[in-house]
Design a protein around this ligand. Structure first.
Ligand SMILES: Cc1cc2nc3c(=O)[nH]c(=O)nc-3n(C[C@H](O)[C@H](O)[C@H](O)COP(=O)(O)O)c2cc1C
Length: 370
Protein backbone atom coordinates (compact mmCIF):
# COMPACT_ATOMS: atom_id res chain seq x y z
CA UNK A 1 0.00 0.00 0.00
CA UNK A 2 2.73 2.42 1.01
CA UNK A 3 4.56 1.69 -2.26
CA UNK A 4 1.36 2.31 -4.25
CA UNK A 5 0.90 5.72 -2.65
CA UNK A 6 4.52 6.68 -3.19
CA UNK A 7 4.36 5.60 -6.85
CA UNK A 8 1.14 7.59 -7.29
CA UNK A 9 2.77 10.66 -5.78
CA UNK A 10 5.76 10.33 -8.13
CA UNK A 11 3.52 10.06 -11.18
CA UNK A 12 2.30 13.64 -10.65
CA UNK A 13 5.75 15.16 -10.22
CA UNK A 14 8.09 16.27 -13.00
CA UNK A 15 9.94 13.07 -13.98
CA UNK A 16 13.43 14.34 -13.23
CA UNK A 17 12.38 15.67 -9.83
CA UNK A 18 10.57 12.38 -9.20
CA UNK A 19 13.83 10.56 -9.96
CA UNK A 20 15.76 12.74 -7.48
CA UNK A 21 13.07 12.06 -4.85
CA UNK A 22 13.19 8.33 -5.58
CA UNK A 23 16.96 8.26 -4.93
CA UNK A 24 16.40 10.31 -1.77
CA UNK A 25 13.66 7.98 -0.48
CA UNK A 26 15.73 4.91 -1.24
CA UNK A 27 18.64 6.39 0.73
CA UNK A 28 16.32 6.90 3.71
CA UNK A 29 15.91 3.13 3.84
CA UNK A 30 12.53 3.08 5.49
CA UNK A 31 11.60 -0.23 3.91
CA UNK A 32 12.67 -3.71 4.81
CA UNK A 33 14.60 -5.93 2.47
CA UNK A 34 12.40 -7.57 -0.17
CA UNK A 35 12.88 -11.30 -0.35
CA UNK A 36 12.52 -12.59 -3.86
CA UNK A 37 12.33 -15.94 -5.56
CA UNK A 38 15.74 -17.46 -6.05
CA UNK A 39 16.18 -17.99 -9.75
CA UNK A 40 19.93 -18.20 -10.35
CA UNK A 41 21.48 -17.65 -13.79
CA UNK A 42 25.09 -18.47 -14.54
CA UNK A 43 26.96 -16.92 -17.43
CA UNK A 44 30.50 -18.21 -17.50
CA UNK A 45 31.87 -17.17 -14.11
CA UNK A 46 29.13 -14.65 -13.34
CA UNK A 47 26.49 -16.00 -11.01
CA UNK A 48 23.31 -13.88 -10.83
CA UNK A 49 20.92 -14.70 -7.98
CA UNK A 50 18.05 -13.83 -10.29
CA UNK A 51 17.80 -12.63 -13.90
CA UNK A 52 16.10 -9.26 -13.26
CA UNK A 53 18.42 -6.26 -13.25
CA UNK A 54 18.03 -2.53 -13.09
CA UNK A 55 19.07 -0.95 -16.40
CA UNK A 56 21.60 1.86 -16.78
CA UNK A 57 20.36 5.39 -16.19
CA UNK A 58 18.54 4.97 -12.88
CA UNK A 59 21.52 4.76 -10.53
CA UNK A 60 23.84 6.69 -12.83
CA UNK A 61 26.04 7.86 -9.99
CA UNK A 62 26.26 4.71 -7.85
CA UNK A 63 24.31 6.30 -5.02
CA UNK A 64 21.89 3.50 -4.11
CA UNK A 65 23.54 0.19 -4.96
CA UNK A 66 22.72 -1.56 -1.69
CA UNK A 67 19.19 -0.16 -1.70
CA UNK A 68 18.52 -1.56 -5.17
CA UNK A 69 19.86 -4.91 -4.08
CA UNK A 70 17.42 -4.80 -1.16
CA UNK A 71 14.53 -4.18 -3.56
CA UNK A 72 15.20 -7.71 -4.81
CA UNK A 73 16.95 -7.07 -8.11
CA UNK A 74 19.65 -9.55 -9.12
CA UNK A 75 22.00 -6.90 -10.46
CA UNK A 76 22.24 -3.23 -11.33
CA UNK A 77 24.05 -1.24 -13.98
CA UNK A 78 25.75 1.97 -12.85
CA UNK A 79 26.15 4.85 -15.32
CA UNK A 80 26.53 5.78 -18.01
CA UNK A 81 29.73 7.14 -16.48
CA UNK A 82 31.94 9.55 -18.42
CA UNK A 83 35.55 10.50 -17.51
CA UNK A 84 34.63 14.04 -16.43
CA UNK A 85 31.43 15.08 -14.66
CA UNK A 86 28.86 16.37 -17.12
CA UNK A 87 25.65 18.37 -16.77
CA UNK A 88 23.94 16.86 -19.81
CA UNK A 89 21.32 18.55 -21.95
CA UNK A 90 19.14 21.44 -20.89
CA UNK A 91 16.10 20.61 -18.72
CA UNK A 92 13.37 19.52 -19.17
CA UNK A 93 14.88 16.41 -20.71
CA UNK A 94 12.75 13.53 -19.43
CA UNK A 95 9.12 13.15 -20.53
CA UNK A 96 6.55 10.69 -19.30
CA UNK A 97 4.25 9.25 -21.98
CA UNK A 98 1.66 8.03 -19.51
CA UNK A 99 -0.95 6.79 -21.97
CA UNK A 100 1.71 4.73 -23.73
CA UNK A 101 3.58 3.55 -20.63
CA UNK A 102 6.74 5.02 -22.12
CA UNK A 103 9.41 7.63 -21.43
CA UNK A 104 11.33 9.88 -23.80
CA UNK A 105 14.66 11.08 -22.42
CA UNK A 106 17.40 13.25 -23.87
CA UNK A 107 19.57 13.43 -20.75
CA UNK A 108 22.89 13.38 -22.57
CA UNK A 109 25.01 11.45 -20.03
CA UNK A 110 24.49 13.71 -17.03
CA UNK A 111 26.67 12.17 -14.32
CA UNK A 112 29.18 12.93 -11.56
CA UNK A 113 32.22 11.69 -13.49
CA UNK A 114 34.47 8.68 -12.88
CA UNK A 115 36.44 9.99 -9.85
CA UNK A 116 33.40 10.69 -7.71
CA UNK A 117 31.67 7.50 -8.82
CA UNK A 118 34.82 5.51 -8.05
CA UNK A 119 34.76 6.84 -4.46
CA UNK A 120 31.18 5.66 -4.06
CA UNK A 121 31.97 2.24 -5.51
CA UNK A 122 34.96 1.93 -3.15
CA UNK A 123 32.74 2.87 -0.26
CA UNK A 124 30.11 0.31 -1.26
CA UNK A 125 32.70 -2.45 -1.68
CA UNK A 126 34.23 -1.70 1.73
CA UNK A 127 30.81 -2.07 3.37
CA UNK A 128 29.77 -5.24 1.50
CA UNK A 129 32.65 -7.53 2.22
CA UNK A 130 31.24 -11.03 2.23
CA UNK A 131 28.34 -10.63 -0.15
CA UNK A 132 28.96 -11.39 -3.80
CA UNK A 133 25.37 -12.23 -4.55
CA UNK A 134 24.38 -8.87 -6.05
CA UNK A 135 26.29 -8.07 -9.21
CA UNK A 136 27.22 -4.65 -10.57
CA UNK A 137 27.73 -3.62 -14.16
CA UNK A 138 29.53 -0.41 -15.03
CA UNK A 139 28.25 1.28 -18.14
CA UNK A 140 30.78 3.62 -19.78
CA UNK A 141 30.65 6.32 -22.44
CA UNK A 142 32.65 9.32 -23.61
CA UNK A 143 32.26 12.97 -22.65
CA UNK A 144 30.26 15.00 -25.12
CA UNK A 145 33.13 17.44 -25.78
CA UNK A 146 35.88 14.84 -25.73
CA UNK A 147 38.57 15.21 -28.40
CA UNK A 148 39.36 11.50 -28.23
CA UNK A 149 36.34 9.37 -27.46
CA UNK A 150 38.21 6.08 -27.87
CA UNK A 151 40.67 7.22 -25.20
CA UNK A 152 37.74 8.01 -22.89
CA UNK A 153 36.63 4.37 -22.94
CA UNK A 154 40.17 3.31 -22.05
CA UNK A 155 40.47 5.85 -19.21
CA UNK A 156 37.15 4.73 -17.77
CA UNK A 157 38.09 1.07 -17.41
CA UNK A 158 41.54 1.99 -16.15
CA UNK A 159 39.82 3.84 -13.34
CA UNK A 160 36.70 1.75 -12.71
CA UNK A 161 37.40 -1.70 -14.20
CA UNK A 162 38.00 -3.44 -10.89
CA UNK A 163 34.72 -2.28 -9.31
CA UNK A 164 32.28 -3.85 -11.75
CA UNK A 165 31.46 -7.52 -12.13
CA UNK A 166 31.12 -6.64 -15.77
CA UNK A 167 31.66 -3.61 -18.01
CA UNK A 168 29.16 -2.33 -20.55
CA UNK A 169 30.42 -0.39 -23.54
CA UNK A 170 27.68 2.06 -24.40
CA UNK A 171 27.79 2.91 -28.10
CA UNK A 172 24.08 3.32 -28.51
CA UNK A 173 22.76 6.34 -26.62
CA UNK A 174 20.89 8.57 -29.07
CA UNK A 175 21.58 11.65 -26.92
CA UNK A 176 25.31 12.09 -27.53
CA UNK A 177 25.89 13.22 -31.11
CA UNK A 178 27.83 10.76 -33.22
CA UNK A 179 28.05 8.06 -30.52
CA UNK A 180 26.12 5.46 -32.45
CA UNK A 181 28.63 5.50 -35.30
CA UNK A 182 30.83 3.42 -32.95
CA UNK A 183 28.48 0.53 -33.67
CA UNK A 184 30.10 0.07 -37.09
CA UNK A 185 32.51 -2.84 -36.94
CA UNK A 186 35.53 -0.71 -37.84
CA UNK A 187 34.94 1.74 -35.00
CA UNK A 188 33.67 -0.84 -32.54
CA UNK A 189 36.85 -2.86 -32.91
CA UNK A 190 38.88 0.18 -31.88
CA UNK A 191 36.63 0.78 -28.85
CA UNK A 192 36.90 -2.86 -27.74
CA UNK A 193 40.69 -2.79 -28.16
CA UNK A 194 40.86 0.37 -26.04
CA UNK A 195 38.73 -1.21 -23.32
CA UNK A 196 40.86 -4.36 -23.27
CA UNK A 197 44.05 -2.25 -23.08
CA UNK A 198 42.59 -0.14 -20.29
CA UNK A 199 41.62 -3.24 -18.29
CA UNK A 200 45.12 -4.66 -18.65
CA UNK A 201 46.65 -1.36 -17.62
CA UNK A 202 44.45 -1.27 -14.54
CA UNK A 203 45.48 -4.73 -13.47
CA UNK A 204 46.59 -7.80 -15.38
CA UNK A 205 44.01 -9.83 -13.41
CA UNK A 206 41.31 -7.90 -15.22
CA UNK A 207 42.29 -9.41 -18.56
CA UNK A 208 39.20 -11.60 -18.46
CA UNK A 209 36.76 -9.06 -17.01
CA UNK A 210 33.40 -9.72 -18.73
CA UNK A 211 32.49 -7.05 -21.26
CA UNK A 212 29.08 -6.42 -22.82
CA UNK A 213 28.19 -4.06 -25.67
CA UNK A 214 24.91 -2.20 -25.51
CA UNK A 215 23.37 -1.73 -28.91
CA UNK A 216 20.61 0.40 -30.35
CA UNK A 217 17.30 -1.05 -31.54
CA UNK A 218 17.62 1.22 -34.57
CA UNK A 219 20.61 -0.59 -36.13
CA UNK A 220 20.40 -2.26 -39.53
CA UNK A 221 19.63 -5.94 -38.99
CA UNK A 222 22.38 -6.77 -41.48
CA UNK A 223 25.18 -5.55 -39.19
CA UNK A 224 24.17 -7.78 -36.26
CA UNK A 225 26.13 -10.67 -37.75
CA UNK A 226 29.28 -8.54 -38.08
CA UNK A 227 28.93 -7.31 -34.51
CA UNK A 228 28.50 -10.83 -33.15
CA UNK A 229 31.48 -12.13 -35.13
CA UNK A 230 33.57 -9.28 -33.77
CA UNK A 231 32.42 -10.00 -30.21
CA UNK A 232 33.37 -13.64 -30.53
CA UNK A 233 36.80 -12.77 -31.95
CA UNK A 234 37.45 -10.22 -29.24
CA UNK A 235 36.12 -12.26 -26.33
CA UNK A 236 33.23 -9.94 -25.62
CA UNK A 237 30.80 -11.85 -23.42
CA UNK A 238 27.58 -10.49 -24.82
CA UNK A 239 25.21 -7.84 -26.06
CA UNK A 240 22.66 -5.75 -24.21
CA UNK A 241 19.67 -5.43 -26.51
CA UNK A 242 18.70 -2.66 -26.44
CA UNK A 243 19.05 1.02 -25.66
CA UNK A 244 16.21 3.49 -26.36
CA UNK A 245 14.89 4.16 -29.86
CA UNK A 246 14.67 7.37 -31.86
CA UNK A 247 12.02 5.87 -34.06
CA UNK A 248 8.35 6.68 -33.46
CA UNK A 249 6.98 3.86 -35.62
CA UNK A 250 4.53 2.77 -33.04
CA UNK A 251 1.33 4.79 -32.81
CA UNK A 252 1.71 6.85 -29.65
CA UNK A 253 -1.13 8.53 -27.84
CA UNK A 254 0.65 10.88 -25.48
CA UNK A 255 1.00 14.57 -26.32
CA UNK A 256 4.71 14.27 -25.44
CA UNK A 257 5.35 11.91 -28.35
CA UNK A 258 7.06 14.57 -30.47
CA UNK A 259 9.77 15.30 -27.89
CA UNK A 260 13.28 14.62 -29.18
CA UNK A 261 15.20 11.80 -27.50
CA UNK A 262 15.22 8.08 -26.85
CA UNK A 263 11.92 6.30 -26.33
CA UNK A 264 11.73 3.47 -23.76
CA UNK A 265 9.09 1.35 -22.06
CA UNK A 266 6.15 -0.45 -23.62
CA UNK A 267 6.43 1.20 -27.08
CA UNK A 268 9.98 -0.21 -27.31
CA UNK A 269 9.02 -3.76 -26.41
CA UNK A 270 8.40 -5.14 -29.88
CA UNK A 271 11.29 -3.38 -31.61
CA UNK A 272 13.93 -4.37 -29.05
CA UNK A 273 12.62 -7.96 -28.95
CA UNK A 274 12.77 -8.25 -32.75
CA UNK A 275 16.44 -7.21 -32.69
CA UNK A 276 17.05 -9.77 -29.93
CA UNK A 277 15.44 -12.49 -32.04
CA UNK A 278 17.62 -11.58 -35.02
CA UNK A 279 20.72 -11.66 -32.82
CA UNK A 280 19.67 -15.04 -31.47
CA UNK A 281 19.26 -16.40 -35.00
CA UNK A 282 22.82 -15.31 -35.82
CA UNK A 283 24.07 -16.83 -32.57
CA UNK A 284 22.48 -20.18 -33.46
CA UNK A 285 23.75 -20.09 -37.03
CA UNK A 286 27.32 -19.30 -36.03
CA UNK A 287 27.14 -21.47 -32.89
CA UNK A 288 28.54 -18.38 -31.23
CA UNK A 289 29.40 -18.40 -27.55
CA UNK A 290 27.64 -15.14 -26.77
CA UNK A 291 24.98 -14.10 -24.23
CA UNK A 292 22.16 -11.59 -24.40
CA UNK A 293 20.75 -9.23 -21.80
CA UNK A 294 17.32 -8.07 -22.93
CA UNK A 295 16.16 -4.55 -22.19
CA UNK A 296 13.15 -2.69 -23.51
CA UNK A 297 9.57 -2.69 -22.34
CA UNK A 298 9.70 -5.45 -19.74
CA UNK A 299 6.93 -4.78 -17.24
CA UNK A 300 5.68 -8.16 -15.98
CA UNK A 301 6.36 -11.87 -16.01
CA UNK A 302 4.82 -12.27 -19.45
CA UNK A 303 7.08 -9.73 -21.16
CA UNK A 304 10.10 -11.15 -19.30
CA UNK A 305 9.21 -14.66 -20.50
CA UNK A 306 8.86 -13.38 -24.08
CA UNK A 307 12.42 -12.02 -23.83
CA UNK A 308 13.72 -15.37 -22.54
CA UNK A 309 11.94 -17.26 -25.33
CA UNK A 310 13.58 -14.80 -27.72
CA UNK A 311 17.07 -15.60 -26.45
CA UNK A 312 17.73 -13.63 -23.25
CA UNK A 313 19.74 -14.96 -20.33
CA UNK A 314 19.15 -11.83 -18.29
CA UNK A 315 16.67 -8.96 -18.31
CA UNK A 316 16.99 -5.31 -17.40
CA UNK A 317 14.29 -2.71 -16.91
CA UNK A 318 13.95 0.95 -16.09
CA UNK A 319 10.71 2.49 -17.37
CA UNK A 320 8.37 -0.03 -15.73
CA UNK A 321 9.95 0.70 -12.35
CA UNK A 322 8.61 4.24 -12.68
CA UNK A 323 5.10 3.08 -13.67
CA UNK A 324 4.70 -0.06 -11.58
CA UNK A 325 6.72 0.84 -8.50
CA UNK A 326 9.56 -0.84 -6.64
CA UNK A 327 7.89 -4.23 -6.19
CA UNK A 328 8.32 -4.83 -9.90
CA UNK A 329 11.17 -7.36 -9.62
CA UNK A 330 9.25 -9.37 -7.03
CA UNK A 331 6.20 -9.51 -9.25
CA UNK A 332 8.14 -10.50 -12.37
CA UNK A 333 10.03 -13.25 -10.58
CA UNK A 334 6.96 -14.78 -9.02
CA UNK A 335 5.14 -14.67 -12.37
CA UNK A 336 8.14 -16.28 -14.07
CA UNK A 337 7.96 -19.10 -11.52
CA UNK A 338 4.32 -19.63 -12.49
CA UNK A 339 5.32 -19.96 -16.16
CA UNK A 340 7.99 -22.48 -15.17
CA UNK A 341 5.42 -24.59 -13.35
CA UNK A 342 2.97 -24.36 -16.26
CA UNK A 343 5.65 -25.34 -18.79
CA UNK A 344 7.19 -27.97 -16.49
CA UNK A 345 10.74 -26.62 -16.63
CA UNK A 346 13.31 -26.44 -13.83
CA UNK A 347 15.18 -23.55 -15.42
CA UNK A 348 14.99 -21.63 -18.67
CA UNK A 349 17.79 -23.41 -20.54
CA UNK A 350 15.42 -25.70 -22.42
CA UNK A 351 13.17 -22.94 -23.74
CA UNK A 352 15.57 -20.02 -24.10
CA UNK A 353 15.64 -18.69 -27.66
CA UNK A 354 13.02 -21.13 -28.97
CA UNK A 355 11.01 -18.43 -30.71
CA UNK A 356 11.98 -17.50 -34.21
CA UNK A 357 9.65 -14.52 -34.48
CA UNK A 358 8.08 -11.98 -32.14
CA UNK A 359 4.63 -13.46 -32.77
CA UNK A 360 5.87 -16.95 -31.95
CA UNK A 361 7.39 -15.70 -28.70
CA UNK A 362 4.07 -14.11 -27.75
CA UNK A 363 2.14 -17.28 -28.56
CA UNK A 364 4.51 -19.58 -26.68
CA UNK A 365 4.48 -17.32 -23.63
CA UNK A 366 0.69 -17.15 -23.74
CA UNK A 367 -0.13 -20.80 -24.40
CA UNK A 368 2.90 -22.77 -23.25
CA UNK A 369 4.32 -25.82 -24.97
CA UNK A 370 1.50 -28.37 -24.85
C1 LIG B 1 15.55 8.39 -18.00
C2 LIG B 1 16.40 7.34 -18.64
C3 LIG B 1 17.78 7.47 -18.62
C4 LIG B 1 18.60 6.51 -19.22
N1 LIG B 1 19.95 6.64 -19.17
C5 LIG B 1 20.75 5.68 -19.73
C6 LIG B 1 22.16 5.76 -19.65
O1 LIG B 1 22.72 6.67 -19.05
N2 LIG B 1 22.88 4.79 -20.26
C7 LIG B 1 22.31 3.73 -20.93
O2 LIG B 1 23.02 2.87 -21.45
N3 LIG B 1 20.97 3.63 -21.00
C8 LIG B 1 20.19 4.56 -20.42
N4 LIG B 1 18.82 4.45 -20.49
C9 LIG B 1 18.24 3.32 -21.25
C10 LIG B 1 17.88 2.13 -20.33
O3 LIG B 1 19.00 1.62 -19.71
C11 LIG B 1 17.20 1.01 -21.13
O4 LIG B 1 18.11 0.49 -22.06
C12 LIG B 1 15.96 1.50 -21.88
O5 LIG B 1 15.25 2.45 -21.12
C13 LIG B 1 15.02 0.35 -22.24
O6 LIG B 1 14.54 -0.28 -21.07
P1 LIG B 1 13.07 0.05 -20.45
O7 LIG B 1 12.10 0.00 -21.58
O8 LIG B 1 12.86 -1.01 -19.41
O9 LIG B 1 13.18 1.40 -19.84
C14 LIG B 1 18.00 5.40 -19.89
C15 LIG B 1 16.61 5.27 -19.90
C16 LIG B 1 15.80 6.22 -19.29
C17 LIG B 1 14.32 6.05 -19.31
Amino acid sequence: MIWKNISKFFSFVNPEIAHTFAIFFLKLRFYSKIKNENLPVKIKKLLFKNPIGLAAGFDKNAQVIKEISDLGFGFSEIGTVTPRAQYGNRKPRIFRLKEDKGIINRNGFNNDGMKKIKERLQNYKSRIINDNSFLIGINIGPNKDSTDRIRDYKLLVQELGSYGDYITINVSSPNTDGLRKFQSVKHLERVINAVKEGLLKNNSNLKKKPVFIKISPDIEVSIIKDIIELCVNKNVLGLIISNTTVSREKILMSDKKKEVGGLSGLPLFRKSTEILIEANKVKKKLKANIFFIATGGVQDGFSAYVKILSGAHLIQLYTSLTYEGPLISKRILSELKTYMIRDRIKNFDKVRGMASSFEEALTLAKKGFD
